[in-house]
Write a protein that binds this ligand. Structure first.
Ligand SMILES: [Zn+2]
Length: 377
């Protein structure tokens, strides 16, 4: 994906940074260097009548290190989710840092409440532990010193993260924990998600109202816009989470073989581009067409744009298999895969239409948007 860098990879899990993360990284570095550290140093020296000389450069370096430690803390919170997810059998695609923090993108939703509970609880516990650790570390430095004020701030921030994330609205960690508990007691995943998402959207609305109030009563506009954005994000993802849960419930026990259609629009690999165009197949709305050999094995995919680029004089001696691109495995699906998997893959890999391949033979196609629209089987 563009605007994203894979920084490193631990046991198959990529750690990636979004371009948007640079904005928040720069902002945290700037704020710590120009305001948080100098203000806290001033407060400490006022209280203890000690003093510290810190040059502009020292403050900026301290801001940079603090900011790096802050985002490392967020990364550790997400890594805790990821490690436990993998341990309980859920693959983790990647951990991503972006403008609103971090996210561990797991391969599928937990299938049992206990699993969701443990995967979730370790995140806030990690933040709380880091909070305690930084505060203990801060105590080892003189009160009027850069390490003391930065460690204290890092400790407080981690504790704030732990508490904020434990608010009981889905998709915050606290909301997931609430869902897992209601799910465990009622046995009803959808109702549990409904309750946790409702609280999540309510929290989102509350943050939006608070942000607007802050904005009108002047305060800091950066902070109020931030509150508004977080509120909106929470509100929309709570609603999205409920929709996902409803879909998941509806698609339970439905397989690709139940929904695919056999009209693949396939063309024979030994036909020529000339014949293909004479039959008018290049402008009948298909952007791509599978190319198959005489026994039905997929030989490639014909892309209409490529066809247009073949010179007229070469069309009669260019075979469709020569004009075709090789098949991208991401666009193939087994009829025995679950529909839920198909949707997840469509979302993650940006595939709209899968070719259904069974024992090497092309047997059909499934258009995920189409299935979503039809909605019943
Ligand atoms: Zn978390």
């Amino acid at each position: 994906m563009s605007g994203q860098w894979r920084v490193f990879s631990i046991r198959g899990t990529d750690i990636s940074l979004d371009a948007s993360w640079l904005v928040i990284f720069a902002f945290v570095t700037y704020t710590t260097a120009t305001s948080i550290i100098p203000v806290r140093l001033a407060n400490e020296s006022f209280r203890s009548s000690g003093a510290v000389e810190a040059s502009e450069l020292t403050l900026w370096l301290a801001g940079l290190v603090t900011s790096l430690l802050f985002f490392t803390s967020i990364l550790l919170h997400e890594a805790a989710h990821a490690v436990v997810a993998v341990r309980t059998g859920i693959p983790v695609r990647r951990i991503r840092l972006f403008i609103f923090g971090g996210v561990a993108e797991i391969g599928s939703e937990p299938s049992r409440p206990g699993q969701e509970f443990v995967i979730t609880i370790v995140g806030p516990l990690t933040s709380a532990a880091l909070g305690g650790l930084f505060i203990v570390l801060a105590g080892n430095f003189p009160a009027v010193s850069i390490p003391h004020v930065t460690m204290t701030w890092l400790g407080q921030m981690n504790l704030v993260l732990a508490v904020f994330n434990m608010l009981p609205g889905f998709p915050l960690d606290g909301g997931r924990i609430l869902r897992s508990m209601v799910w465990a007691f009622s046995g009803n995943f959808l109702r549990a998600t409904g309750i946790a998402s409702f609280i999540g959207s309510a929290l989102g609305v509350a943050l939006i109202v608070y942000g607007l109030a802050q904005l009108f009563m002047q305060a800091s506009s950066v902070q109020s816009i931030w509150t508004l954005l977080i509120g909106w994000l929470l509100w929309s993802s709570a609603r999205g989470g409920y929709k996902d849960a409803k879909r998941r419930e509806r698609f339970k026990g439905v397989w690709v073989r139940d929904v695919f259609h056999s009209d693949t629009g396939a063309v024979p690999d030994d036909g020529t581009v000339q014949e293909f165009m004479e039959r008018g197949l290049h402008h009948d709305g298909h952007e791509t067409r599978p190319v198959v050999d005489p026994v039905g094995r997929l030989a490639g995919v014909l892309v209409m744009q490529d066809i247009a680029g073949i010179p007229v004089e070469r069309r009669s001696d260019t075979l469709l298999r020569e004009a075709a691109r090789s098949v991208d495995d991401a666009s193939l699906i087994d009829p025995n895969e679950s529909l839920e998997n198909a949707f997840n893959r469509a979302r993650d890999e940006g595939v709209r239409r899968f070719l259904v391949v069974e024992r090497d033979r092309l047997v059909g196609a499934v258009d995920v948007l189409d299935v979503l629209r039809r909605g019943r089987f």
